[in-house]
Design a protein around this ligand. Structure first.
Ligand code: CTP
Ligand code: MG
Length: 240
């Protein structure tokens, strides 16, 4: 985040890390759980900090844990944020946390990415593809992967009501990127949706899917943490 990066069309990244991690059940907020000695959030922030033309990096942390320099806060003991990064408190739902992060972004950014700290191994190339799509004219862009399983729609009794064409389905990941004004307006609209892209879609904007990456999977359960550890170990072996 140097002056040279503060070019028109700068990028802002909000990393949401305020969730409790109830399904992981590690006894501390998921983003602060160590993965081979470093918190998940450290990986996510390290990649976000390398996004070209970054002008604003906001980390949304659990309430009561917003001072990374507080020596008495064990959550931040193994984590150093890049200079200029801002930490704000999240809320009860992910949308509350994203909203808090958006409010803290530098107004100078034109493209905003919202990223889950839990998708800690997401490669930089995914961030770059999302930014490129928004810069290329899309109101929003999300990384997505084709599905391997066939998907069914069901009614409340569990009876199958349909089988969508799998070729037309994508499992979406983060970072999700948007023109800043579009995302802010979507959050102001008061509409509810299950992800940021859906909120923007509901406001009538076209959101495109770019290629995601299997490494952008979300650490949700203890099995996912094991998988992330194995991937890191394999990467270390390949480098050796
Ligand atoms: N998140 C957040 N604020 C919340 C809820 C979630 O910032 N109130 C963040 C999480 O920290 C995570 C991302 O949103 O990086 C995706 O959420 P999820 O995987 O559901 O994480 P948790 O809510 O922490 O996990 P769980 O649902 O198992 O409690
Ligand atoms: Mg959750």
């Amino acid at each position: 985040m140097t002056d040279a990066d503060a070019a028109p069309g700068g990028v802002g990244v909000v990393v949401v890390a305020a969730g409790s991690g109830s399904r992981l059940g590690a006894g501390l907020p998921k983003a602060f759980v160590p993965l081979r000695g470093r918190p998940l959030l450290a990986y996510a922030v390290a990649t976000a900090a390398r996004v070209p033309h970054l002008v604003s990096l906001v980390v949304v942390a659990p309430e009561g844990h917003t001072d990374p320099l507080e020596p008495a806060d064990p959550l931040w003991a193994d984590l150093t944020l890049p200079p200029g990064a801002v930490v704000v408190a999240g809320g009860a739902e992910r949308t509350d946390s994203v909203g808090a992060g958006l409010a803290a972004l530098d107004p100078g950014c034109e493209v905003v990415l919202v990223h889950d700290a839990a998708r800690c191994l997401t490669p930089l190339a995914v961030f770059e593809r999302v930014v490129a799509a928004v810069r290329g004219g899309a109101a929003g862009a999300v990384p997505g992967l084709p599905l391997v399983d066939t998907v069914k729609t069901v009614d409340v009794e569990g009876r199958i009501t349909g089988t969508p064409d799998r070729a037309l389905l994508r499992a979406v990941q983060t970072p999700q990127g948007f023109e800043r004004e579009v995302l802010l307006a979507a959050y102001r609209s008061g509409l509810q949706a299950t992800d940021d892209a859906a909120l923007v879609e509901r406001c009538g904007h076209a959101v495109v899917v770019v290629d995601g990456d299997p490494l952008a999977f979300k650490v949700t359960t203890p099995d996912d943490l094991d998988r992330a550890e194995r991937l890191l170990d394999r990467a270390a072996t390949l480098r050796a």
